[in-house]
Ligand binder design. Structure first.
Ligand SMILES: [Zn+2]
Length: 329
């Protein structure tokens, strides 16, 4: 009984102290610089990945995504891209240039865990990389295993060439799939503050796990309408954000009551090289200050700032390239 009373007293004292610190900026302590879970401080992220480089990915998926201002990921296997169909290299080059991710799903769609020689695996993994880079003008960043079939050896080979890999994941499509199920999954990702990526196949085309174009359109409309709560982007861009977020080092200097500087820097390791230019969103506790009175500069230029939805944090998108950002409260 007595023990419980002491605990409760201690808890109350702690929360009173906490509110005093919140109301008045702490003196002399460097401000926290946190990295938001996802870009723009959205609670969750979503990626739509389309497998096999199908004809309807060019005729249906790309136009639907474009109409809603979303970017998708397309995992092509090289032998499926043919000049006399809509799924030809010029079409994929345009899709890549407009911001969609065009990545690899091997050369021939073989099961890479079969007992084959190194030359065969190199052709599937490195050969497909070179062709996509040459045909689209953009080096692929991700690799999706055919049949989601992978072992440690294959994975190690893939990650020598690609930054990211995709194995088995949730599927959108098939006879039992409905738009409501897709919306439930999006809402669950938001509630659980997660990144979810889904695999799609034919869009109005008879394939395994096919989906009607109207259903894809409705789901893209939902993602676009909820863009404040969910960040929809390519597999490689969300993977890049998460890798940078988990690896970044935050340094602060020149801390005074009126100003301070910080920088984000990535360790000099291979896993951080050659990644897309995705900035990190930083969260700095406002501690009672008005976000509108704060200014920031990066490399001599003004850096846009805003307050978080709850008004407690200052937010900004900052490159993790070691440049110092100066904040004046
Ligand atoms: Zn496939």
């Amino acid at each position: 009984m007595r023990f419980a009373a002491t605990l409760r007293g201690g808890y109350l004292a702690g929360s009173v102290l906490g509110s005093v610190l919140l109301a008045r900026p702490a003196q002399g302590l460097p401000p926290d610089v946190e990295i938001a879970r996802f870009l723009y401080d959205r609670p969750a992220a979503y990626s739509l990945t389309f497998d096999d480089g199908l004809v309807t990915h060019i005729t249906e998926s790309v136009p639907i995504l474009d109409r809603h201002g979303l970017r998708g990921t397309f995992f092509l296997f090289i032998d499926n891209i043919k000049d006399d169909t809509p799924s030809n290299w010029m079409a994929w080059r345009r899709a890549a240039a407009s911001g969609h991710e065009v990545s690899s799903h091997s050369q021939t769609h073989m099961d890479l865990t079969q007992p084959v020689g190194r030359a065969v695996l190199d052709n599937e993994i490195i050969g497909s990389y070179r062709i996509i880079e040459q045909k689209t003008g953009i080096a692929p960043l991700s690799f999706a295993y055919p049949y989601s079939s992978v072992n440690d050896y294959v994975r190690r080979l893939v990650l020598e060439t690609y930054a990211f890999d995709r194995a088995d994941c949730r599927v959108w499509g098939g006879d039992d799939f409905t738009v409501e199920m897709g919306i439930d999954q999006i809402e669950r990702a938001i509630a659980q503050r997660e990144w979810e990526y889904v695999m799609l196949h034919g869009v109005g085309e008879y394939t395994w796990g096919a989906l009607e174009p109207e259903h894809l359109d409705a789901l893209c409309a939902y993602l676009a309408a909820n863009a404040e709560r969910i960040w929809t982007d390519t597999y490689a861009r969300v993977s890049t954000y998460i890798r940078k977020r988990n690896g970044v080092e935050v340094m602060r200097r020149n801390v005074t009551p009126e100003s301070f500087e910080f920088r984000l820097r990535l360790p000099d390791r291979r896993e951080f090289q050659g990644l897309p230019d995705v900035p990190l969103t930083v969260r700095i506790p406002l501690e009672g200050r008005n976000a509108r009175g704060v200014q920031a500069a990066l490399r001599g230029e003004s850096l846009p700032l805003r307050a978080s939805v709850d008004g407690l944090y200052l937010l900004a998108e900052v490159p993790a390239d070691g440049s110092w950002v100066r904040i004046v409260w």
